[in-house]
Design a protein around this ligand. Sequence first.
Ligand code: ATP
Ligand code: MG
Length: 363
Amino acid sequence: MANPSLLILPGDGIGPEVMAEVRKIIDWFGAKRGLVFDVSEDLVGGAAYDVHGVPLADATMAKAQEVDAVLLGAVGGPKYDKLDFSVKPERGLLRLRKEMDLYSNLRPAQCFDALADFSSLKKDIIAGLDIMIVRELTSGVYFGEPRGIFTEGNERVGINTQRYTESEIARVARSAFELARRRGNKVCSMEKANVMESGILWRDVVQEVHDKEYPDVELSHMYADNGAMQLVRWPKQFDVIVTDNLFGDVLSDCAAMLTGSLGMLPSASLGAPMANGRPKALYEPVHGSAPDIAGQGKANPIACVLSFAMALRYSFDRGEDADRLEKAVEKVLADGVRTADLMQNAGETAVTTSQMGDAIVAA
Ligand code: ATP
Ligand code: MG
């Protein structure tokens, strides 16, 4: 059988720095676990613009469509701020998401014990927290027509349209139920069916998909405003949360920050199943290119490392190896190894990006 294939797009800023640490881990899996990937590496974002004049070359796009998974670092930076909108680094990432049709965005909020004091919330609220927000990523108010700023009488009016089809709701619901079966077997769907037609349809369709295809999974519904409150009040009541594009944007940032630093947060964006039964997939840290610390060896590589762990779990069916990698991260944190973003006490010394990567490999 052919080796599983992985396209690595380090991108800009700290992207290449954190990705170098993931390469060490990939090499470790090859040497120690017989898990050998066909890895190819290419350019995205400003790095691609510098060479090709576009933030994602057609050949790179084609490669992304063929591989089992894409792992991306980060795109953008001040050097590219003045570029025309059509060639901005971020457009490279948007093109990947759009053409791969990655409609299901997974953002875990997980609290590592060693960092339980790090959050601004009380320890008992977040200790042991492990939840997953599934955000619909390719439809809703971000794309609905009509949209624009129009003139009505003697004033302007800004219009956006929240629009969801049944099939768009059903596919992201399936993605959440599938996920729940591999976790705590519980889904909470969030919308505002009390004030929005799209919310009524959302609730209906999620319930229908549940009753027909996933009756074994526990399903509840919640208004998104209550959901926001519950997330902060007692987040451990949730396992998987599924919600639309706009509510998901807000709720996933909120959930992510329950646990601490941007440098810790991975994500996955999944699309339709491919021939091998696994979804099209792109994995990336939640953080951006962090131009303020780029090139200084200060970046925390854990978000990117955990993104690779998600790839092991969701694209390569190597859940045990994903656990192994997450446990290594846990151990390193328990041992007190800290990059600068994770420092909480004066007197602690920070390790470099590379030292953090080495410590994870050793663990
Ligand atoms: P984008 O617009 O690309 O999402 P952003 O403006 O939201 O980017 P980031 O690039 O994510 O911002 O950086 C926000 C802050 O968090 C910066 O101060 C940055 O240094 C810090 N930061 C981000 N990622 C990391 C990391 N992996 N390790 C340490 N600090 C980080
Ligand atoms: Mg940002």
